[in-house]
Design a protein around this ligand. Sequence first.
Ligand code: ASP
Length: 335
Amino acid sequence: MSAELLVIHTGGTIGMMPGPAGLEPVQGFERMVRERLGARLGALPTFDFIELEPLIDSAELSPGHWAQLVALIEQHLVQYRGIVILHGTDTLAYTAAALSFMLAGLDRPVILTGSQIPLHNSRNDAEGHLLGALELAARPEIHEVAIYFNGRLLRGNRATKMDAGAMAAFDSPNFPELATLGIDLALNEQLLLPAGTPKFSVATCDADSVAVLRLFPGLSAGQLQAMLGQAHCRALILQCYGVGNAPVSQPGWLETLEAAVAAGKVVVNISQCYRGAVVPSTYATGSALERVGVIAGNDMTLEAAFGKLHWLLAAGHSAAEIAGLMQRSICGEMG
Ligand code: ASP
């Protein structure tokens, strides 16, 4: 009989060891996990362990890795109560968001975790994250992709890495946590997604199809055009100011956006603020964007907007269909 859970190790600090140039992933992490967690695993569901080869520092991740993970999950999901994915923290929120769409309709938990300090260090946050993720991955109430980190379970497409140097590396700025693991496990059951039937989207589009441009004072129409004018760029996420404002009276700005939209590119407006939503009709500088066809991304994180665009483009939707779907919540990614 197979084990109850599957752990997929992709790399990241959690399993790294010091190398000549700094921390690097090392194959063979399962042995260390079983040795270090020892008897404490006895109280938890049993697990099988798959390690990607090569393991990666998640800074090296590209959208093709998401398809690789979804294919693995599709192959194994029915045999297990849930899946734990061990992942570097740098792009963990991107992977969690992308998988939430690529596995939309999940009927069991897929829990991503990592750590700020490697398991091999005597003092670390890896042990608690591994134990917590194993506990959560066996919970029948959870039917979605989520991140377990520092005692909190966050919706995968609502999270962002917000601290490079603290144990609380992740937050969910626009949506409450799904659960906390303190003395007891406290699940916010009313927030959890209902069980569905997963669709397993393994299609990918070119890694450079979606670009991101964070506005800054003085950003010119020429700089905007430099990104939008590239043939491979099919969608651009504009990280605008506040509730979605941009310097729309700068020469050529609106014309550049209008021409890109007319050429079939998708432009999405999200806020560069840590918390809050895009409400473009609030200011003239925001509603001008709407008039030329820029889509409001509501309160989506950058990671969610990025993963959703990749998923929609890979599925072959037209620009008009993508514009509609970007403004609708598919799996809890927007308010
Ligand atoms: N560079 C590492 C990674 O993302 C950082 C981490 O895991 O915390 O793989």
